[in-house]
Design a protein around this ligand. Structure first.
Ligand SMILES: Nc1nc2c(ncn2[C@@H]2O[C@H](COP(=O)(O)OP(=O)(O)OP(=O)(O)O)[C@@H](O)[C@H]2O)c(=O)[nH]1
Ligand SMILES: [Mg+2]
Length: 308
């Protein structure tokens, strides 16, 4: 099956094209077909939600509960679970991992594990492309990543809305402040709210940390993802509310530009980035390009601008 045919099927809302589309996007030797797929799929109206947080915080369990909530709202959902174990990352990350629970016969839910990017918590170009292509056929596309410090910015670049999941009693609130990543979350979830006082303290610490930073109003939501769940409907509502406030066309243009730059760095490394005059200069240059250009064209223009 060629890329543009698969992209066209997704664009027509044919969710059964998802597995073949992902196979193609993950084939390293099929870059041209993969680009054709993403172009043919076009700009999707689906909501791309990034879910990130440290290993074992409860992301997959949370998604199992969110999937049930979204299905009860008749949304179709694709989940791209970025698997850190596919990189050399040491066994410490694994251990007590829950899988995302779902009904395998439900054709409105598609779950796929994908290889991680170069950095721990980073996104491979195939994951960005997959999110862009799938959001034409699914109402919600989730990208689940293991977040460790700075790497969360990768998922923020690919998603419309970013949920950062925080473990009670972990001191994560202070970590966030130190790492300067309070800019990343659109919604903060304190998971394992069933732990009681520790969870309430984490919620309080996060609100205090956000208050100290001033500026953006980020909801902090306590959730328990173990049955009987609490806070899940509120989380789904908060995601909808964030989405409703977005300029989606602008967000998609921004995502395409960032994806092109990420692809460029993937191909040409930090040296290539320096030849563009650094990340800031490259971002400024991209901001001057036609907003309608797709990722492959932006990448070509970036390469041409430095004579590659
Ligand atoms: N008490 C309690 N335990 C939870 C909750 N959510 C998840 N857990 C437990 O936390 C552990 C890790 O959950 P996962 O959902 O696998 O966490 P994860 O963030 O997806 O983990 P990785 O994918 O390995 O990074 C499991 O033992 C879960 O049962 C919760 O709301 N309350
Ligand atoms: Mg998980």
């Amino acid at each position: 099956m060629n890329g543009s045919a698969l992209g066209a099927r997704l664009r027509a809302g044919d969710r059964t094209a998802a597995p073949a589309a992902l196979n193609l996007l993950e084939t390293r030797t099929a870059r041209i077909e993969a680009a054709a797929l993403v172009s043919a799929a076009g700009d999707g109206a689906g909501h791309i939600v990034g879910v990130t947080g440290p290993p074992g915080v409860g992301k997959s369990t949370l998604l199992s509960a969110l999937l049930r909530e979204w299905r009860s709202r008749e949304r179709s959902i694709a989940v791209l679970a970025v698997d850190p174990s596919s990189k050399r990352s040491g066994g410490a990350l694994l251990g007590d991992r829950a899988r995302i629970e779902h009904d395998p016969a439900d054709r409105d839910v598609f779950i796929r594990s994908m290889a991680a990017g170069e950095r721990l918590g980073g996104l491979a170009p195939a994951t960005r492309a997959a999110a862009q292509a799938l959001c034409t056929a699914f109402d919600v596309v989730v990208i689940e990543t293991v977040g460790v410090g700075q790497s969360e910015t990768d998922v923020a670049e690919a998603a419309d809305t970013v949920v950062v999941v925080v473990q009670p009693g972990s001191g994560d609130a202070l970590q966030f402040l130190k790492a300067g990543i309070m800019e990343v979350p659109d919604v903060l979830v304190v998971t394992k709210a069933d732990l009681g006082a520790t969870a309430r303290r984490a919620e309080h610490d996060l609100r205090a940390a956000l208050g100290a930073l001033g500026a953006r109003a980020v909801p902090v939501l306590p959730v328990s993802a173990l049955r009987p769940t609490t806070g899940i409907a509120e989380l789904a509502d908060a995601l909808d509310a964030h989405r409703a406030g977005l300029d989606l066309a602008a967000a998609r243009t921004r995502a395409r530009r960032l994806a092109a730059l990420a692809d460029f760095v993937h191909e040409h490394g930090e040296r290539g980035l320096r030849s563009l005059g650094g990340r800031r200069a490259a971002t400024r240059w991209l901001a001057e390009q036609d907003p309608a250009l797709d990722v492959p064209e932006l990448l070509r223009r970036l390469e041409r601008s430095v004579g590659h």
